[in-house]
Design a protein around this ligand. Structure first.
Ligand code: GDP
Ligand code: MN
Length: 384
């Protein structure tokens, strides 16, 4: 799960990293009010979308006064811009309105997972700002990497080593160590897979402040990050995908398709998508109920797929291993009785407890189809 900058910054603040004063606004009047409340000085406006590279995309603007901030925000709010880093058009529906800081230096800080070494890695560069990817490519020696033993955590001496290795200004090493230590605690405490501060601003008065923050949470940990899991989806997120992920369901919405697909196992779901194509229609989504799914999550999956107005028919493709056909059938029946289902559903059941599942489905006048090719042609014909 990706967080917005303001959400990431509130995690940072909770763990003691200094952040600029500011607030989120959804309309120009609030922008002006927040800007006035911040003292009436220079303001930075930042579009809250899930992409980096907002500065270059035109979603970060500096204003000299609350009035100018209000005028600039009129152009930004509601605007859809192209973000090369996310490779998509995203709509800005809110702005983070912050006091503009006087930047002396921009530092890059990040902690993320390094799968190759099976460790977290701390990345520090004194050439922070907008183009860290370019810095890493052109002058890799100016980017210091420090691998973190998961049992020992990020020890203070390692932080100092990283700062010295990156050529950090000596007089600020104490302050920077405190920031990195808090960043690590925030990363661990929020079950993040990426925690990035770019830039960490060194102000002209020698203060260290997180100017920007990019954060990703491990979806598998959302069950114990209740506060984060309940954050509202932004306008640049697909609302159905966001709801599915909150329910712990692997779901990807696809554009232009009409057949909702629910299967167990990513490979089987992808094969099902191919079969739907071969039968002459297009899949509306990818949904994997996973191994050993219970009736409730089958019901929830059906609800997610049905909430997509493009879906004209639903195809279940279940090959039972640890997933049991009777559990799946119970979930479908539960869905039929609780949800308002007005489109055709075809079920292919095979493997563990398929016969029992087929019996249960018969009770609800749903027929189980034996092969996935037949099931695909059937649902395509029924949904035309
Ligand atoms: P990103 O492009 O999505 O990474 O957005 P950032 O929040 O990092 O902002 C991009 C750039 O805008 C920063 O690297 C700064 O150069 C500039 N910027 C952001 N906040 C401030 C600020 O408070 N004062 C000044 N002078 N520049 C800022
Ligand atoms: Mn940035």
């Amino acid at each position: 799960m990706k967080l917005h900058e303001h959400q990431a910054k509130s995690i940072l603040a909770k763990y003691g990293v200094p952040i600029p004063r500011g607030q989120v606004a959804f309309d120009p009047e609030s922008v002006q009010k927040i800007a006035n409340d911040l003292g009436g000085g220079a303001i930075v406006l930042k579009g809250q979308v899930h992409s980096g590279g907002r500065g270059k995309a035109g979603a970060v603007k500096l204003a000299k006064s609350p009035k100018e901030a209000m005028h600039l925000s009129k152009e930004l709010i509601g605007k859809t811009l192209f973000f090369p880093q996310a490779n998509s058009h995203l709509k800005i529906d809110s702005l983070l309105v912050e006091e503009a800081l006087e930047i002396k230096t921009e530092i890059y800080l990040a902690i993320t997972q390094d799968r190759a070494s099976q460790k977290d890695v701390l990345i520090v560069s004194t050439q922070g700002g907008m183009d860290i990817e370019e810095v890493a490519e052109k002058s890799p020696e100016s980017v210091s990497k420090t691998w973190i033993d998961p049992l020992l955590g990020l020890r203070p001496y390692l932080i100092r080593q990283a700062l010295f290795a990156s050529g950090f200004e000596k007089s600020l090493i104490g302050k920077a160590s405190a920031v990195i230590s808090s960043l690590y605690n925030a990363y661990i405490g929020s079950d993040a897979t990426l925690a990035e501060i770019n830039p960490l601003i060194i102000t002209s008065s020698g203060e260290l402040v997180a100017g920007d923050a990019k954060w990703q949470i491990d979806d598998n940990a959302l069950y114990r990050q209740k506060e984060i899991a309940s954050l509202p989806a932004g306008s640049d997120e697909d609302p159905i995908e966001a709801e599915a992920h909150r329910k712990g369901i692997q779901y990807v919405r696809l554009e232009g398709g009409t057949i909702g697909i629910i299967g167990n196992g990513a490979g089987l779901v992808m094969t099902t998508m191919d079969e739907v194509k071969r039968a002459g229609a297009s899949p509306a989504n990818f949904l994997d109920i996973g191994g050993g799914a219970k009736a409730q999550s089958v019901r929830d999956s059906l609800e997610i797929v049905l909430s997509d107005p493009d879906v004209k028919g639903v195809l279940f493709n279940i090959f039972g291993g640890i997933t049991r056909g009777d559990e799946v059938a119970k979930g479908i029946i539960q869905g039929l009785s609780e949800l308002n289902v007005s489109i055709p559903i075809v079920v292919r059941l095979s493997g563990t407890m398929a016969a029992e599942g087929t019996e249960i489905l018969k009770g609800a006048s749903l027929e189980a189809v034996a092969t996935m090719q037949d099931a695909a042609s059937r649902i395509v014909a029924l949904s035309l």
